[in-house]
Design a protein around this ligand. Structure first.
Ligand SMILES: [Zn+2]
Ligand SMILES: [Zn+2]
Length: 422
């Protein structure tokens, strides 16, 4: 009886779809899967964050599956130590931008000429705004650090875009799919130590540390191929409209062949679940001046007279600081993430020969910051700064206070990012 049932079940699953000229169709074999939708995969917009070991495998998989729109983000350059784990890179690529070379190879590999591949060489945490995430159908995190994962997680929650995290250590790996607003999120299960470690790139003042090197994970190409395979498979199921378990961890330990799925718990005190109510797109990008932006949103149909741009803790713009040793005023006029830790010491104190380590931040300093901007409270010189100079990332959603004290949200449209992907 049991044998018969199994036989019936397997016959049912061998429902082969016959297509004409199948050997001319590059996606013929996958299209024979009953629930497959090549059309959906072709239309999908997928962002891959990290073009290292996992990212290379993930991009290769996306290209071969026929994903139509791929956006690659990385801020690193190719080194010789990458070559044993990166199918898209060659010896002659050493020293070049990972995102750019990965985009070039993905295009070469794709069998459709009309595939759209864009790349961004920059810092995901500070340079890409929520609008980039809201343009995407899914985001694939191919990262090796908690800070960038937390940034993706928060942006995806704000934009209500699903994302798939991946991670590996030696022969062990994990994949987690998150689909906001369904809880838990990635941050729900982070330990205080993990959250503390996510700030490793910065000093206590949130300036950049000069000599920061991310810890390198022990692992192999085989592990990155397996973790990427599972990650992209979850993404494909989601894009094709199949059920994907959210907020679970798929775990595989290759050394012992242990495979498991762990449930993750939602954390009621997690602060990463915010999302915007209504967002209005405006035809301005980060290269417009603060004055142009304020004049635009002060129009009656947007926020009305004397609208105020409010960073609301999203980023900090530092005008001046006092030197840590002589207390002389140092003009910086930059967002804190573009300031290096030793810039809080004036030039003359530096040339006196004392060496100031990155971590010598316990000496007092007084900062003058500005985080709300309107025509009345802002100096003329600052009004001529571009939004980018103030620290606003590409395609960001900005909070603007209208004359009634109500927040309105405006998304910048940026034609320099995602060019062909819209
Ligand atoms: Zn959470
Ligand atoms: Zn000084």
């Amino acid at each position: 009886m049991r044998t018969r049932m199994v036989k019936q079940e397997s016959m049912k699953s061998f429902n082969i779809i016959h297509t004409k000229n199948f050997e001319d169709n590059p996606t013929d074999r996958q299209e024979r899967i009953a629930w497959w939708s090549q059309e959906k995969l072709k239309k999908a917009k997928v962002m891959v964050v990290g073009a290292g070991a996992i990212g290379n495998e993930t991009l290769k998989n996306l290209a071969l599956l026929g994903i139509g729109n791929i956006f690659i983000v990385d801020f690193d350059i190719i080194s010789t130590s990458n070559l044993s784990r990166t199918v898209l890179f060659r010896k002659t690529d050493v020293g070049k931008k990972k995102a750019e070379i990965a985009a070039k190879r993905v295009k070469e590999m794709a069998f459709h000429d009309d595939i759209n591949v864009e790349w961004f060489h920059g810092d995901l945490v500070w340079d890409l705004g929520t609008g980039v995430f809201s343009e995407m159908d899914i985001v694939l995190g191919c990262l090796d650090n908690v800070e960038a994962r937390m940034a993706i997680n928060r942006q995806c929650w704000l934009a209500k875009t699903p994302w798939v995290d991946s991670g590996m250590y030696e022969l062990g790996l994990r994949v987690e799919f998150y689909n906001p607003p369904q809880e838990p999120c990635y941050e729900c299960n982070l330990t205080p130590t993990q959250i503390q470690n996510s700030n490793k790139r910065y000093s206590c003042d949130y300036t950049k540390l000069k000599a920061f090197n991310e810890d390198k994970m022990p692992t192999t190409q085989i592990t990155s191929a397996i973790v990427s395979g599972i990650q992209v498979q979850e993404a494909v199921k989601f894009i094709c409209g199949e059920k994907v378990q959210t907020g679970k961890q798929i775990y595989f330990q290759g050394k012992t062949n242990d495979f498991d799925i762990f449930s993750k718990r939602a954390n009621a005190s997690c602060t990463a679940h915010a999302s915007y109510p209504d967002v209005t797109e405006i035809p301005l990008d980060v290269y417009c001046t603060l004055k142009q932006f304020l004049e635009f949103v002060s129009q009656q149909q947007y926020a009305g007279t004397n609208a105020t741009l409010d960073f609301r803790g999203d980023r900090t713009f530092i005008k001046t600081v006092s030197c840590r040793t002589c207390h002389k005023t140092i003009e910086l006029m930059r967002p804190v993430f573009r300031i290096e830790a030793d810039e809080f010491i004036c030039k003359s104190c530096k040339t006196e020969g004392e060496s100031f380590s990155n971590t010598n931040t316990n000496l007092e300093t007084e900062k003058v910051v500005q985080d709300t901007f309107n025509i009345e409270n802002t100096d003329e010189s600052l009004l001529n700064f571009t939004l980018y100079q103030l620290g606003v990332p590409h395609m960001h959603v900005l909070s603007v206070l209208d004359s009634n004290g109500t927040y309105k949200y405006f998304k910048l449209i940026d034609k320099t990012i995602l060019k062909s992907i819209h």
